[in-house]
Design a protein around this ligand. Structure first.
Ligand code: ACO
Length: 703
């Protein structure tokens, strides 16, 4: 039902322009003129109380005067008239409102925005915007916007949160030769959001790939679900990654979680391919809208020039699909189409002598060969070849091979004739670019898309009722105490409940209690101050390690107490934690934040100096599957340390992945309670020997 409403809004058979104007230069004039100029075939109903016709189209004073049904209404009246006009649209039975009008939440008038959304809801209408350029559909010749023209026709569609950028990109489609079917300006997203449109595009047969320009999502989890279930590739350019409120955080994780990292991880989980900039958005859109995913890692590069071959080789490594030598049979066949001094390895260098025929034969063989998963074809303009003919040979070879399930990208380096050939290839559905590294970057996106689809996590995690009950008892007791910072002992008890082993620990209020606890745990021990007012214990001189006997324990107890009082005279001191001195292990950190967009989000990285200085960490939105957990372990720069560097035994990565999964369940179950948390250091031992949380921190949400 809802999709039908969106269909009527975005592909209307009849459209009213509310606030249509006969004055050139006004937006209400421009929309009518665009609908006419771009050849919209549906019914157009300009609404204006003063005019009888605009640009030759009969005008109506009020919506109720319109004789027929209205699918969509493009709203061009000032904000102050919007409440009344939305009501009128509802009464008339309009299905969707494309609200160009500005002056809502973007200037602090969320109340006005809510009012029109509520009216729309009452009538079952949907609202696009407000504060948008409009909506365009090439296949309907519908330019319901103040964009100068429809974009170059193509198979991709674009949704943009910035109206100005949408206009600019619409025009750039013509010069960049990247075609789009629909361009949808989404503005304030008062009602229709990215997720709604991603779902709607699933059934739009004119769209093969969805490009997004995102400034900020409102409901990150709904976005992830919609994108993960999208039948079409999604590519996103996210801006505004630098100004995220990550600074004032009580935990390590909080200070390390920037929007770029969290969004980047969420996009991965949502199977969304990222674009690094506007150029890259166009390039990758071209590839994803016209080529199939690359199902394996075997990329073959064909070239007539060594230099561009090396550039492509470098790029392949940079973008995560390093070249491998082609197998003997492939090399033998390639050698038939090159001189003695060519190279049949990979890149396959046919040399500057390569002409139409060699390109035809090698492309046809390479794409048909079962070893090849994807093909990058490079060409440098020479005086013995004609770029257009080379382009035609490439196209003919692909067509004659009959292979449709392997991607191909092309780079032609040269002058005007090469540029013309690039345009020709693009018009014929083969993504072609100037630079070889761009051709590789685009095929890497097709590889990434295939990998993300394979790894897609569809887990539905059940809450761990027993662990939740135990945790809530601890949390409620702390809240009763007026605290939002749990003590290490409390935090460790919660971690234990969720199946994460922690070092043995006991609270001692007196020196004698400390000695008794130490005896029970066994020397050597660690002693730490327990005070909700002292979060950074080491800074306060509140930690003593490697305490080997009773005398040292007595001395440590008294020193820590003295230091704590000196650090903060009025600190509420619960006592001293007497703790097992865990044997050395590789230090990692697991932590969480409650991200404003995505909710409970997990961080993993190597601990100690790696997290302090190098910030070598990675994120995932919870819940995390065991495959994703392993992916997190393998994707940090320090992965090799865990795999066993310089003769050391590999660390227990299986136990670590398990801990990541458990941690992710913990923060999801307790999402209404935990604001931030970390297990740091989390000590990981050799394979089969498990791991242990040595220090734990949980900060509760303020209620
Ligand atoms: N019913 C019917 N017609 C009405 C009504 C009504 N209730 N109220 C006003 N009108 C008519 C007006 O009489 C006028 O027609 P006229 O030219 O014959 O007099 C027409 O509607 C428009 O009203 P104006 O008061 O002239 O308003 P104007 O055209 O100057 O501005 C607009 C209206 C465009 C909606 C403006 O308020 C606005 O929001 N502009 C910003 C749009 C924008 O930038 N959107 C974001 C895009 S993203 C980006 O940054 C590019």
């Amino acid at each position: 039902m809802d999709k039908k409403v969106l269909n009527k809004m975005l592909r209307p058979k009849s459209v009213a322009v509310v606030g249509a104007s006969a004055t050139p230069g006004k937006i209400g004039y421009s929309v009518i003129s665009n609908l006419l100029k771009d050849g919209y075939k549906g019914k157009i109903y300009p609404i204006n109380p003063k005019e009888s016709e605009i640009l030759g189209v009969k005008c109506y004073a009020e919506l109720k005067d319109v004789p027929g049904e209205i699918d969509s209404a493009v709203m061009c009246v000032p904000a102050k008239a919007m409440v009344e006009m939305t009501e009128e649209c509802g009464k008339k039975g309009v299905k969707g409102l494309i609200v160009i009008t500005s002056g809502f939440s973007e200037i602090g008038r969320k109340d006005l925005e809510d009012e029109i959304v509520n009216i729309a809801k009452r009538y079952g209408m949907r609202i696009l915007g407000p504060n948008i350029v409009g909506s365009l559909s090439n296949s309907d010749k519908f330019n319901g916007s103040f964009c100068p023209s429809l974009p170059l026709p193509g198979k991709a569609s674009l949704v943009s949160q910035s109206g100005a950028l949408l206009i600019a990109l619409a025009m750039a489609t013509w010069t960049r030769k990247v075609g789009f079917d629909k361009l949808i300006s989404i503005g304030n997203m008062a009602d229709v959001d990215f997720a709604d449109l991603i779902e709607w595009f699933n059934d739009d047969e004119d769209t093969s790939c969805v490009s997004l320009y995102i400034e900020g999502l409102k409901n990150g989890r709904r976005f992830i679900d919609a994108a993960k279930n999208s039948k079409k590739p999604i590519i996103a350019l996210k801006s505004g990654v630098s100004a995220h409120g990550a600074a004032a955080a009580a935990s390590h994780t909080g200070s390390l979680a920037g929007a770029a990292k969290v969004y980047g991880s969420a996009f991965k989980q949502a199977c969304v391919i990222q674009a690094s900039d506007l150029d890259n958005l166009f390039d990758r859109t071209l590839g994803l809208s016209s080529q199939p995913p690359m199902k394996g890692d075997n990329l073959l590069v064909l070239t007539n020039g060594g230099g561009v071959g090396v550039l492509a080789t470098d790029a392949a490594e940079r973008y995560g699909i390093p070249l491998k030598f082609a197998p003997e049979d492939v090399q033998a066949e390639m050698k038939k189409h090159m001189p003695e001094f060519g190279s049949a390895k990979n890149p396959v260098d046919m040399t500057g002598m390569a002409g139409n025929e060699w390109y035809y034969e090698t492309v046809k063989y390479a794409i048909s060969n079962k070893w090849t998963d994807g093909l990058v074809i490079l060409y440098c303009e020479t005086s013995i070849t004609n770029p257009h003919e080379i382009a035609e040979s490439i196209k003919r070879a692909i067509d004659d091979s009959g292979v449709k399930n392997k991607p191909v990208t092309v780079s032609f380096v040269g002058g005007d004739r090469s540029n013309e050939a690039i345009a020709w290839l693009n018009e014929h559905g083969i993504p072609a670019f100037f630079a070889p590294d761009v051709a590789v970057n685009v095929i890497a996106a097709l590889r990434e898309y295939a990998i993300l689809q394979e790894q897609k996590n569809n887990i539905h995690v059940k809450p761990n009722e027993k662990a939740m009950k135990k945790s809530m008892e601890i949390i409620e007791a702390a809240r009763k105490d007026g605290r939002t910072a749990l003590t290490e002992i409390e935090a460790k008890a919660i971690f234990e409940a969720y199946g994460m082993p922690t070092t043995k620990i006991a609270l001692a209020k007196t020196e004698e209690e400390a000695i008794a606890a130490a005896k029970k745990i066994g020397y050597p021990i660690v002693m730490k101050i327990v005070s909700p007012d002292i979060l950074h214990k080491s800074d306060a001189g509140g930690v003593k390690v490697n305490i080997k006997d009773e005398a040292a324990a007595r001395e440590a107890f008294n020193t820590i107490m003295k230091n704590a009082k000196a650090y903060k005279a009025d600190a509420n001191i619960h006592g001293i934690a007497v703790q097992e001195m865990a044997p050395w292990g590789t230090e990692v950190i697991l932590g969480s934040i409650n991200d404003p967009t995505f909710g409970p989000t997990l961080m993993f990285g190597l601990g100690g100096i790696f997290v302090e200085v190098l910030k070598d960490v990675t994120f995932r939105v919870s819940p995390v599957s065991s495959v994703e957990a392993m992916d997190m372990i393998n994707e940090i720069k320090g992965a090799k340390i865990l795999a066993g560097a310089r003769g050391e035994a590999p660390r227990d990565r299986k136990a670590l992945a398990n801990a990541i999964v458990n941690y992710s369940s913990m923060i999801l179950d307790l999402k209404d309670e935990i604001a931030e948390s970390d297990a740091n250091p989390f000590l990981v031992y050799a394979e089969g020997e498990g791991l242990k949380v040595a220090d734990a921190r949980i900060i509760l949400k303020k209620k």
